[in-house]
Ligand binder design. Structure first.
Ligand SMILES: Cc1ncc(COP(=O)(O)O)c(C=O)c1O
Length: 442
């Protein structure tokens, strides 16, 4: 329902907003009150083109009738059912549908409610998997500098974004980090996968030599990193990580929270790069962002390691009240149907070359020092204002919103990830507006 007035700051106190400059926002709020397909409607009645699929999640665009109707139907039929020692059919149906579109070799689904919870679940599964197989010393977790794996303790521990870590004490012990793969000196303005940097995966051998493979449970990386500012894996990098982890009996977890469900033009990045991890963490696009839901996808080997012991025993002491929630499951099934019926992953792959050309046309735009892209993702790195990191990109974000496009920024990097239903004229609008915004920025 549309608000009939612009909210005033007095209305806004109670909600402590996440990842937001609260005081700045509340002094000049940016309120969205409606959405349809590629657009948001603001409280002032303006249309804003969604250049970010919400937060990388509304891959089919907004307020798709098939999804909203499935949610309404399910809410009236079976609103909630416990997932512990009880079941309901549609959570099973959705799991089968996810596995149908997952890479061959991925066979099981463990439901969560978010990307962060999927990450915690995968990290716990990794440690418990080794223990179940009699390798209980394998407890170490390896992440990567600049990695983003959500905001829970496991995720920020293996993650590598300083602002997300430094306020929260000692984090998890027994964590180490690979170097990040951002090499602007060698790879600036690369189209798709950059050429240089596969050798950075070899650092895992150093970490193995330091700690001993027999203490390491898993390596977790984003195949394409989004929230840290769009880092595309160098050619050969993921393959190397897979080879080294396999050699040392270490599980490889792909955090596919943003790459899952079509963002690269395949269902998952694992298929796009043809590298099979042992687990994949997902969320966001699973329900088109409409209802919170996440899922960890595992190989049979990971799952089967737990299916031991007496049959009446719980095999894994882990789960959430809302794991496989019926309404979320219904939203998931409807979402996957929309993706399939409209061939949205193929559509993403088809428009990706146009997107690539459009985003790289900003190469000579004011303040731009790098452009990176893959599928329907773009990162546009700006030269920061000396001594005032993030300020220029945030100013671009505010100006862009005023001019009718929604973008995201992280540090001094603009990230874009539009719904997969975007049309070429909308790509042009996004990039033309951004060029104007940048040319007017200090
Ligand atoms: C790679 C990755 N992992 C995990 C998360 C966290 O997901 P959520 O915000 O649903 O907890 C995100 C969110 O952007 C993400 O990009």
């Amino acid at each position: 329902m549309a608000l009939d007035r612009k909210p005033t700051p007095n209305d806004l106190n109670a909600f402590w907003m996440p990842f937001t400059a609260n005081r700045q926002f509340k002094s000049n709020p940016r309120m969205l009150v409606g959405a349809k397909d590629m657009h948001y409607t603001t409280a002032e009645g303006r249309q804003v083109l969604d250049g970010t699929a919400g937060l990388w999640c509304c891959n089919a665009g907004h307020c798709r009738p098939k999804i909203t109707e499935a949610i309404a139907r399910q809410a009236a039929e079976l609103d909630y059912a416990p997932a512990f020692q009880m079941g309901h059919p549609i959570a099973f149906e959705l799991a089968n549908r996810i596995i149908d579109m997952a890479p061959k070799g991925i066979e099981h689904v463990f439901y969560t409610n978010s990307g962060s919870e999927s990450v915690e679940t995968a990290l716990k599964l990794a440690i418990a998997y080794h223990r179940a197989r009699g390798e209980g010393a394998r407890t170490r977790l390896i992440g990567r500098e600049r990695g983003y794996h959500g905001v829970n303790f496991g995720g920020i521990s293996v993650g590598g974004i300083v602002n997300n870590r430094k306020m929260f004490g000692t984090l998890l012990g027994g964590v180490d980090h690979l170097p990040h793969t951002h090499l602007p000196g060698q790879n600036a303005f690369a189209k798709g996968q950059p050429e240089h940097g596969a050798n950075l995966a070899d650092d895992l051998e150093r970490i193995v030599a330091l700690h001993g493979a027999e203490t390491i449970a898993a390596v977790i990386v984003e195949p394409v990193a989004g929230s840290t500012g769009v880092l595309i894996p160098p050619v050969g990098y993921l393959e190397k990580l897979r080879a080294i982890t396999k050699k040392h009996g270490i599980l490889l977890i792909f955090d596919e929270v943003i790459t899952g469900f079509g963002r690269l033009g395949s269902a998952f990045a694992a298929q796009h790069f043809d590298v099979l991890p042992d687990m994949m963490t997902t969320a966001k696009g699973l329900t088109n962002g409409v209802i919170p839901m996440g899922a960890v996808l595992t190989t049979a080997a990971v799952h089967d390691a737990f299916m031991d012991g007496p049959e009446g025993m719980i095999e894994l002491f882990h789960g959430y009240t809302y794991s496989g929630n019926p309404i979320a499951s219904a939203a998931g099934i409807a979402t996957l149907e929309v993706y399939r019926e409209e061939a949205l992953f193929e559509r993403c792959a088809a428009i990706a070359p146009y997107w690539e050309a459009a985003v790289h046309s900003l190469r000579d735009a004011r303040h731009v020092i790098d452009v990176r892209n893959m599928g329907l993702i773009a990162g546009i790195e700006l030269e920061g204002i000396p001594g005032q990191p993030t300020k220029r990109a945030f100013a671009a974000f505010l100006k862009a919103y005023e001019k009718g496009i929604l973008i995201r920024t992280t540090g001094d990097i603009i990230a874009m990830s539009p719904p997969l239903i975007i049309e070429k004229p909308q790509v042009d609008q996004l990039l033309d507006t951004l060029r104007d915004v940048l040319s007017a920025l200090d």
